[in-house]
Design a binder for this molecule. Structure first.
Ligand code: NAP
Length: 261
């Protein structure tokens, strides 16, 4: 076997693989980093050009589908996979479920709860980013796109709108849109800053994914205060696996499953 990513001086410790790319994954990794009972590695897709340092050993890049991930779990003798990927990263979650089953490894999903519309919110729920394009309508609008860069290309189908597009890394290839302003920024984003941004660009519609969590909720709260429409892309139904909604619950479940009584 090639050199292991796990700390092989601690062979007897249960090995935990965190599938990451989210704030929760990082938080869980930092809580497990100091826990000498476990041997933890975090896995990142490698989408971000300059990722933040991780609190535990990190591996970067795809596994080669569900089969590649199952091979990895067996080769590295992983005892538990925590799928702490983003709620809209559907493929890796599906692969994790299939690989864990094939490799007979326990799987726990760490999924933050969805945001719920409150009084004063003006949301239009849609099932996909492509549907969000249609939901904007024919009349030109001033649109804030906060959906990340991977699916921004869908909006080339609606060049009549004026766009402000925020992402961590630049959208590539550049969008073929006549009026689009790119903002490169990494959350968390405070509500007051979001209000300033929305006002400065005279935004009248936001397209967002229902990611949940506090780090990107500022724009939703800001939209409520300013009476701005939110086209909200809903989550797809998640894989049917044991799941928890925060780090504390994940740690409890990990202890219950892996720690000797
Ligand atoms: N989608 C979003 O809106 C969003 C937002 C914020 C952060 N993220 C994070 O960005 C990453 C990529 O998102 P995506 O939407 O492209 O995911 P995706 O469509 O579910 O995954 C595409 C492929 O990327 C690889 N991959 C994804 N997550 C990985 C991980 N943690 N470690 C190793 N390989 C991984 C897998 O490749 P192989 O099949 O070769 O294994 C997977 O099949 C995820 O880890 C996610 O947590 C996504």
């Amino acid at each position: 076997m090639a050199e292991s990513l796990f700390d092989t001086s601690a062979m007897e410790k249960p090995r935990i693989l965190i599938l990451g790319g989210t704030t929760e994954a990082r938080e869980l990794a930092s809580r497990l980093a100091g826990d000498t009972r476990y041997n933890t590695v975090i896995s990142l897709a490698g989408r971000t050009a300059d990722p933040r340092p991780q609190p535990v050993e990190a591996r970067v890049g795809g596994f080669g589908g569900a089969e590649g991930l199952a091979d990895f779990l067996i080769a590295e003798k992983v005892a538990l996979v925590v799928d702490a990927t983003h709620p809209f990263a559907a493929r890796i979650s599906h692969n994790a479920a299939a690989a864990a089953m094939a490799a007979h490894v326990r799987l726990l999903a760490l999924r933050r709860p969805e945001w719920q519309a409150q009084a004063g919110d003006n949301w239009t729920d849609v099932g996909s980013v492509a549907e969000a394009v249609t939901a904007l309508g024919e009349m030109p609008r001033r649109v804030f796109l906060a959906i990340g860069r991977q699916e921004a290309f869908h909006f080339e189908a609606a060049p009549q709108h004026i766009y402000v597009i925020r992402s961590v890394d630049p959208v590539t290839p550049p969008l073929k849109l006549p009026d689009a302003t790119a903002i490169l920024a990494t959350g968390p984003f405070a509500e007051t800053d979001e209000i300033d941004l929305l006002k400065a660009h005279r935004i009248d519609a936001i397209v967002a994914k229902n990611s949940g969590g506090a780090a990107t909720y500022g724009k939703i709260a800001a939209a409520r205060k300013l009476g701005i429409t939110v086209i909200m892309v809903e989550r797809r139904k998640p894989a049917d696996v044991p799941s928890v909604s925060d780090c504390n619950a994940a740690l409890q479940r990990i202890d219950h499953w892996l720690s000797p009584a």
